[in-house]
Ligand binder design. Structure first.
Ligand SMILES: [Zn+2]
Length: 155
């Protein structure tokens, strides 16, 4: 590992704290979670690494409220699509790795919606997301990730 001093991208303080932890996923294996944390402002950078040969594409169908608890491991290189809602998340310089559940993913999208210009479309999608959170709207989530890190964890 690179031992040079890293600056916090948020507050420019030097010396980010590094750490790793392992997440053991049944029927899948171990995912290593790398993180760096700024001791001054708490800024965190997350990434995941996975050793193994796994499909680069994973898909789930969300049909009932319990499905909202399905967990999502999203590596920074993953494209996340919800075609029924017209939602797309692409890898990019600001793409974040995260572990969340379906409800958390929908909330992330909700936070991004105000950035779009077509206000009619925004309120339509907002409405659909709200009924999705209540389990009244079924949809599919697909993730493609060249590194194979990204996947769904079905309980
Ligand atoms: Zn900082």
């Amino acid at each position: 590992m690179d031992e040079s001093v890293l600056k916090c991208p948020s507050c420019s303080a030097e010396g980010l704290e590094r750490g790793t932890d392992e997440i053991d996923i049944p029927h899948f294996g171990k995912v290593v979670h790398y993180f760096m944390r700024c001791t001054r402002c708490g800024y965190r950078i997350n990434d995941f690494a996975f050793q193994g040969n796994f499909p680069n594409e994973d898909k789930v169908k969300i049909e009932k409220k319990e499905d909202l608890d399905i967990k999502i491991v999203r590596g920074s290189g993953a494209t996340v699509l919800i075609p029924e809602l017209g939602l797309e998340l692409y890898p990019g310089p600001l793409a974040e790795s995260f572990i969340t559940n379906v409800e958390g993913l929908l909330n992330r999208f909700l936070q991004l919606l105000p950035l779009f210009e077509d206000k009619d479309k925004v309120s339509e999608v907002e409405e659909k997301i709200h009924s999705a959170v209540e389990g009244k709207f079924s949809f599919t989530i697909s993730m493609t990730d060249p590194s194979g890190v990204s996947h769904f964890i079905r309980n």
